[in-house]
Ligand binder design. Sequence first.
Ligand code: PLP
Length: 414
Amino acid sequence: MANINDNYLKLQAGYLFPEIGRRVNAYLEANPDVANSVIKMGIGDVTEPLPEACRIAMSKAIDAQSKRDSFHGYGPEQGYLWLRDKIVAFDYTPRNANVAADEIFISDGSKCDTGNILDIFGKDNVIAVTDPVYPVYVDTNVMAGHTGPTDDNSEYTGLHYLRATEENNFTPDIPADTKLDIIYLCYPNNPTGTVASKEYLTAWVNYAIEHNSIIMFDAAYRDFITDPTIPHSIYEIEGARKCAIEFRSFSKNAGFTGTRCAFSIVPKELQGRAADGSSVSIHKLWHRRQSTKYNGVSYIVQRGAEAVYSEAGQEQTSELIRFYLENAAIIRSSLAELDITVYGGVHAPYVWLKTPDNLSSWDFFDKLLNEANIVGTPGSGFGRSGEGFFRLSAFNTRANVEEAMHRLAVKLTV
Ligand code: PLP
């Protein structure tokens, strides 16, 4: 019998979404008449169709694939240069962020990139995640053997949790005495919907440079930032090229969740330490890893992603983002009218609400389901500090958002 990777046995059985499903099914079994009226506001998937500019570009790319003289087989390992050049020109140069096209690695998702990057790091790093957190950072570190088992609080031993609370505006304090090797930061944040200021990110970059740490900066929701003074990239911060990897995705800004295109940025300056104490280029290792284990994104999809940067694509993606942010604004104002404290939802598609009457996250889940037939995500599912909070996603149709908020106003007893 072959041995398995025992680290997988440390993973807590995917608790959050199965438990949501179990409670919704039990409710529907008891109340079959409302089966069609339950509104799901827990999901982080987009609802609106792909921008027309992307669809046209992909359909032209399919035509090109049908003729021998314009056919494309295996593509360049880091992705096509025409796409990487556009990313630099549209997303980084205008914000004075120094990123070169050959530091960009096109991929099929930030979920995969944030997990796969661990292939090139050793086992003895001190890893820090925020709490609450996007669960992929935690689970991929567990799979890679970077943690011990869970403790009584269902937190993994060996992992350093940075508490994101109301008191610190969901931007965790930077530890004064602990040396962290790898730090995951995600802003705009999933699940809290909050953003990080330039001062805050500068403090992290200074910490990372002082301690030779690497920041894994997930900017999946970057395009939802509406205030130009808020950093859109970690590379807007001086020194970040020496200490940060950035992850970006077309999933949320251009509706690519089912089409798949993303990228990671690994600056050439970034170094790690080998067992013999020598410095090694992280860029070289990631290039080696990706060109060995990964085939890249199809020509057709990269053409679709490139079209995000066309004039029509820019207009259409801005319109999509405006639409979801309007949903978020409707959710925020409806909750505020019920005297519920809300965070996020201004520069992010997630509203993070404080449960009324000190209800636990799961008690509020049940109340919302029972009284208004609305399904959201209990904050405690994202970590211990999420207890007492609840996430509502703005990725929905306008009709659903309006109906859900109407029900809250007339049915929810707070
Ligand atoms: N990063 C964060 C913070 C997310 O919330 C998500 C998706 O919900 C992703 C990454 C996944 O992005 P992708 O679709 O590119 O894998």
